[in-house]
Design a protein around this ligand. Structure first.
Ligand code: DGJ
Length: 722
């Protein structure tokens, strides 16, 4: 560049900087690869001026014009689309204006920084603080908002989003994940049209079931695994949520994530503060795969309890026995767990209740005493028996619920959510306890605490939640019913906080009749979740694919069960992709099946560090081909595992070679198919061979040698040899 051009650009830069200084000051939120720029406008309001790929030169972010998109739009003023916040003041004025007061950016450690922007209404003493935590290495931004009422009287929050994002693109493509019981996480992609699209839930006790609080939003064109510009977002809230997408008259998109304010106007008295749950998002310029890896890394480091620690493999008795078992049968099942070589035996539903024994789902819930006829020597005996066999022991609880046929119901009818003047409405013959009542919250805490205090040898809990809130009314909240949905979830978090103070690392599986509670609000208290009651491995391929977009593998419990008619190999290969467990009658296995399973558990133990802590690359989507292929690679790029599942393949269906990803081009890797049935030899052409990472990523593997067999699978271990 000659001097003249240099001076020209310098003058241009200074001029723009001066212009910008007059109109606004930039607040920069950055991760290693992402910039979010908020600019203080001349009117002292805050605008989101940029969100996308990080600029090479930080100073240039100051040149970005403030634009027109207020960062946290308020209701009742001049903007006529959906606001992020809307409230009614004590004097009934339904408007809010937010002006910049100050901001701070503090470094929390060498990876995380937090920017807090103080805003205030010029006329009313209402303060709003926008918080943005930036996780550098993970490229994640966590955004939430505090709303403080300093008015003398009460203000009513009608809308209170976690944050607001603005995008400007030609087109917008939304990928959402919906379903129902036993069909969770069905992926659906659609182009947004002008106007509103909302994804929400109103289930009360659970965040999801019909819709999961996660999404991808691709700009300009649909994103695939390796290309495309997109936002991936999720709300950390175990209750009603809402994602509002709205394309305005100028084709700009506003995304408003937060608690679903349906039926949930929330009152704040003088000096009270409401803190919204966090919206966690990432931006990727190279497709969904990168966005998922960002979220997985963040989750392991920050979002999930003990996300960098190993998990326990287990044998659960639910599918094998349901509620019909006795002590002897359980102790026999311990031997099955030992045969398989898993770490833990998990006793599911059915072990409790005496006046109303839990012999089916109609009775007993709430009466957490061992059923004396099934377990005459109690849980302590089972824990000891398991210990004697060098096995850990875990137990199922559903502490938030009650059957009308229970002593708890008889003793405390006022502890239960149910509408006055209406019939009780049951799901699975049960009702929800009123967690907003501190006495009930204390009771729920003690259900878990007593269990752990009485049985110090206990190693694991499965915390279930088998119904939504219907006909919901809290006897405790009286005339403040619109606080119910929010206060229920806040109270649940308080119980979990209290438990985690006492038992910081105790492994607990989060379950809600399958994947009804899959969100990062809950996962910071739990080590893993139960993704679906549907364990048919064909269905699981899709379900696991869905979850893998937002949750790391070590949180996704995947069990080998008797659902589905597929071979034990196919079932096991599918379960091994995530957190392996069993829920099957081992005694019904053939010798070959048992031998295979024992070897599979050994293989899993050898590979689990790669599966749990490695990077996931989804290579072939089951939504695009009649197969699914995915692989994990460890940080050093020295070890990898490839999972290949042929689905309902057709006669002479053609599958191309699959190029691997994430390896080191310069390393040499040995390729070996594992998890073969006894006596079966690998058909993989590359089996036993050594190839460079370059070859494997450019030429790839022929994963379908010979005749295609429907519902067949392959696991390939890849180890660097240099
Ligand atoms: C629903 C869960 O999803 C199942 O795994 C099992 O624990 C049952 N509840 C027990 O009632």
């Amino acid at each position: 560049m000659n001097n003249f051009i240099r001076i020209f650009f310098l003058v241009l830069f200074c001029r723009s900087a001066i212009v910008n200084a007059q109109t606004g000051k930039a607040i920069l939120i950055s991760t290693n690869n992402v910039n979010m720029v908020l600019t203080i406008g001349a009117n002292n309001r805050i605008y989101q001026s940029y969100l996308g790929k990080r600029l090479l030169n930080n100073e240039e972010t100051a040149l970005i014009p403030a634009g027109k998109h207020e960062a946290y739009i308020t209701g009742g003023m001049e903007d006529l689309l959906q606001p992020a916040i809307r409230l009614i003041h004590d004097d009934h004025n339904p408007s809010l204006e937010l002006r910049y007061v100050s901001h701070t950016t503090k470094s929390i450690d060498n990876n995380v920084s937090e920017t807090s922007i103080q805003l205030k209404d010029p006329k009313y003493p209402v303060h709003v603080v926008l918080h943005y935590q930036a996780f550098n290495r993970e490229d994640i931004i966590k955004a939430w908002t505090e709303i403080k009422n300093n008015e003398k009287g009460t203000i009513t929050l009608e809308d209170y989003a976690s944050c607001m994002l603005h995008l400007e693109a030609k087109d917008y493509w939304l990928t959402q994940f919906h379903g129902d019981w036993a069909s969770e996480m069905r992926m659906q992609e659609s182009k947004l049209t002008s106007g509103i699209k909302e994804i929400d839930s109103k289930l009360g006790t659970r965040a999801d079931m019909y819709q999961t609080p996660v999404f991808f939003l691709a700009m300009n064109k649909p994103a695939d695994e390796t290309t495309g510009e997109l936002i991936a977002g999720t709300l950390a809230w175990t209750g009603n949520f809402k994602f509002h997408f709205e394309i305005d008259e100028r084709n700009a998109l506003r995304i408003i994530p937060g608690i679903n304010t349906y039926g949930s106007a929330y009152e704040l008295k003088n000096r009270e503060t409401f803190t919204t749950p966090a919206f966690i998002f990432t931006y990727s310029a190279s497709g969904k795969g990168q966005a998922s890896r960002n979220l997985h890394r963040w989750a392991r480091n920050y979002g999930v309890l003990d996300g960098n620690k190993p998990r326990l493999t287990l044998l659960n008795n639910w599918e094998a026995t349901h509620v019909n078992f006795d002590e002897k049968e359980l102790v026999n099942l311990f031997d099955d767990a030992k045969k398989l070589g898993v770490d833990l035996f998990l006793l599911d539903d059915g072990w409790f209740g005496n006046k109303y024994p839990r012999n089916n789902d109609k009775a007993g819930l709430g009466d957490w005493q061992e059923d004396k006829s099934k377990l005459p020597n109690g849980i302590a005996y089972l824990v000891k028996q398991a210990e004697a066999k060098d096995l850990k022991f875990g137990i199922w609880l559903e502490p938030e619920m009650v059957n009308p046929k229970s002593e708890l119901y008889e003793q405390h009818p006022d502890w239960i959510l149910k509408l006055p003047n209406r019939e009780e409405n049951y799901q699975r013959n049960q009702l929800v306890l009123d967690l907003t009542n501190p006495k009930v919250a204390d009771y729920v805490y003690h259900v878990v605490d007593d269990m752990l205090t009485k049985n110090p040898g206990l190693a694991y809990i499965k915390w279930d939640c088998n119904r939504n809130m219907t006909n919901a009314w809290s006897p405790y909240l009286k005339d403040k019913q619109s606080a119910l949905y929010v206060d229920y979830t806040l109270s649940l978090y308080k119980i979990l906080d209290r438990l985690r103070q006492k038992y910081p690392h105790f492994p607990i599986m989060l379950c809600a009749g399958g994947g009804g509670r899959t969100d990062y609000g809950a996962l910071k208290y739990f080590t893993e979740f139960w993704p679906s009651d549907d364990t048919d491995p064909l269905e699981r391929v899709y379900i696991q694919w869905g979850y893998s977009n937002f949750f790391p593998s070590l949180t996704i419990s995947s069990h080998v069960t008797s659902w589905g008619k597929q071979s034990i190999k196919f079932k096991t290969d599918v379960a091994m992709m995530d957190k392996l467990g069993y829920d099957i009658k081992v005694s019904k296995m053939t010798d070959d099946e048992l031998e295979f399973s024992k070897q599979a558990v050994k293989n899993y133990n050898r590979l689990s560090n790669i599966i749990w802590f490695g990077d996931l690359y989804r290579l072939i989507s089951p939504y695009e081909e009649n197969r699914m292929v995915a692989m994990y690679v460890n940080d050093e790029k020295s070890k990898s595992v490839v999972f290949n599942y042929n689905l309902n393949t057709r006669y002479k269906e053609v599958f191309n070679r699959v190029r691997l990803q994430g390896l080191d081009s310069h390393k040499l890797y040995r390729v070996e198919e594992i998890n073969l049935m006894p006596g079966v030899k690998s058909n993989l052409a590359e089996n036993g061979g050594t190839f460079s990472g370059d070859y494997l990523m450019k030429v790839g593997l022929s994963l379908t040698p010979g005749k295609l067999i429907p519902l067949s699978s392959m696991i390939i271990e890849i180890n660097a040899s240099n």
